[in-house]
Write a protein of this length. Sequence first.
Length: 121
Amino acid sequence: MRHLLIRWAILAVAVAVAVAVTDGIDVHGGLGGYILVAAVLGLVNALIRPIVRLFSLPITIATLGLFSLVINGLMLLLAAALSSVLSIDSFWSAIVGAFVISVVSAILNWVVVDRRRSARR
């Protein structure tokens, strides 16, 4: 359970960074808004993204993985549609924001979670 809360906090921080550096993405509601967006985005990524990735596998292979950026942007747009606190102005803002969220969360997961696991060994 603690591991899940850490990843949820990391996703909320990544969303905050994406809002700060990307024009066209905004979160309303302060800290609670970021936590809500992280929860919705986490659920979308856990439940819907695997199905979309499976059906888009041929085009992802054909584009050497670049179509994954489009999938991530679409998942961010879906999270915005499901959440009342996240607003995204355009598809391109969603793609840039999804890219920023992916990079920041990967770095933070590596620093916080993976280093913590290696320290236990």
